[in-house]
Design a protein around this ligand. Structure first.
Ligand code: PLP
Length: 456
């Protein structure tokens, strides 16, 4: 690279460090090392501004389900911007892309869910959920049912309600969260917190924490339980098989609404359009975002069950809630084209029948590595636990920062993986081929060995 180009990149990094406050970033560190500037992308690959090609095993931020470089989405958005760049969906108005998208999503969702409320993001969608469940119980004549039960180490967004619904302690510490009316139970993280029991027994125990919390609060105080089908940002934590059936039993016994946050799992990641199908769940509300547009344009929403919609619509009158960009026409056009691609290329079926099982089988080969204590996953997500001792699963010293070292090692070999503590996580685009999965596994194994060499 020419000296002039290097200088131009340095100048850009310095502008960034001076003016751009990044999400979830220690800004002070940027001045020292500079941000990684990504310049372009195609398929499952991204290139940084230095020309390094990286296999993006995180699909951006769990979102680029159809992969990068889809001209037809760009064209659909451009066409929509030229026809109608904006109109709102408030006050008995709408436009064709929002209508068609709501109907399309209803056709893909579980049969008992037929309406969609649009938002600009997953966080806004979870704020919407909070307001919707409280409104529902008010209308049902049970205004005492206000509390929402969530789980520790869950991620439900970064707005005040989103971060409160989430169970990330380090987020709660900043700004006195959670807000009142949101409580958290233990997570079903067998590898880290439950191995003195069998996975199945631990699954039941973790689920019964919900029952204990409902009994402690009183069922007449509890509005809803919110959960991700698997905890994504928490470290791809997949509950033991026994967990969901027990949760379902408890929710139905105490008449508690169920919000399933499918911001990551929605639109095919587990091999079905929604993980509700994968896990045989019947949520009252489903949170969506990310894969809805494959991240090409921001958009989120809530898929609403007939149970909730019937009360809101028939008894509620106006729901005093909405965002300027709810159902934005360009975002809706992107989502419709994104879904068309997913259908035309049978990407969801492929994840279920072909590439998902292939990724999972190949990923498990990494269990052989001396640094790896567990590999888990389903469909197009996975986690690799880095440990000090394979047999006991004992963790490495936290100050060693093995996860971050491994993340850096991934970049060295041309791979993007994310580290949550010492858990490496992946969530590649759904269009990834078998050959690209082979490349991902090879690079992951090289990165593990580089990390092992560094900490040995
Ligand atoms: N819910 C889950 C499960 C998520 O993973 C995320 C984001 O990662 C959100 C909600 C928040 O979505 P957004 O970042 O679009 O606000």
């Amino acid at each position: 690279m020419q000296q002039q180009e290097q200088q131009a990149i340095g100048a850009l990094q310095s502008l960034d460090a001076s003016h751009h406050l990044h999400p979830f970033t220690d800004t002070l560190q940027l001045a020292g090392r500079g941000t990684r500037i990504i310049s372009h992308a195609d398929g499952v690959y991204v290139w940084d501004i230095h020309g390094n090609k990286l296999l993006d095993a995180m699909a951006g931020l769990w979102c680029v389900n159809v992969g990068y470089g889809r001209d037809s989405i760009a064209d659909a958005v451009a066409a929509q911007l030229k026809t109608l760049p904006f109109y709102n969906n408030f006050f008995q108005c709408t436009h064709e892309p929002a209508i068609r998208l709501a109907a399309k999503i209803a056709s893909l969702a579980p049969v008992h869910m037929n309406r969609v409320f649009f938002t600009g993001s997953g966080s806004e969608a979870n704020d919407t959920n909070l307001r919707m469940v409280r409104r529902y119980w008010d209308l049902k004549g049970k205004p005492g049912k206000k509390t929402i039960i969530s789980r520790k180490n869950a991620y439900h967004g970064s707005t005040v309600a989103g971060a409160s619904l989430g169970g990330m302690g380090f987020m709660h510490q900043q700004g006195d969260l959670p807000i009142p009316g949101i409580v958290h139970i233990d997570q079903p993280y067998w590898f880290a917190e439950g191995r003195e029991l069998s996975a199945q027994d631990f699954g039941i125990k973790a689920a019964r924490a919900l029952e204990a919390k409902i009994l402690e609060l009183g069922e007449d105080k509890v509005a809803a339980f919110i959960a991700e089908p698997f905890q994504g940002a928490g470290g791809v934590i997949i509950p033991p098989d026994s967990y969901w059936d027990e949760i379902k039993r408890i929710l139905s016994k105490y008449d508690i609404l169920f919000i399933l946050d499918e911001v990551i799992s929605g639109f095919g990641r587990t091999g079905n359009w929604f993980a509700a199908t994968t896990y045989n769940l019947t949520p009252d509300l489903i949170t969506i975002a990310k894969g809805m547009t494959s991240g090409y344009i921001p958009m989120g929403g809530v898929i609403v069950s007939d149970r909730v919609a019937d009360v809101l619509v028939n008894e509620g009158g106006e729901f005093a809630h909405g965002f300027t960009y709810s159902g934005h026409p360009a975002a809706a056009a992107a989502a419709l084209e994104n879904i068309r691609i997913l259908e035309e290329e049978r990407l969801v079926d492929k994840v279920r029948e072909d590439t998902g099982p292939y990724l999972q089988a190949r990923l498990r080969e990494l269990c052989e590595h001396p640094l790896v204590g567990e590999v888990r996953g389903l469909g197009m997500v996975g986690a690799i636990e880095l440990v000090a001792d394979k047999d006991s699963g004992a963790r490495l010293p936290a100050d060693m920062g093995a996860g971050m070292l491994c993340r850096e090692a991934c970049i060295e070999v041309g791979l993007v993986m994310r580290a949550v503590g010492d858990t490496m996580i992946i969530s590649p685009p759904l269009c990834i081929s078998r050959a690209e999965i082979d490349e991902l596994i090879l690079k992951a194994s090289q990165a593990l060995s580089l990390t092992f060499a560094k900490i040995a």
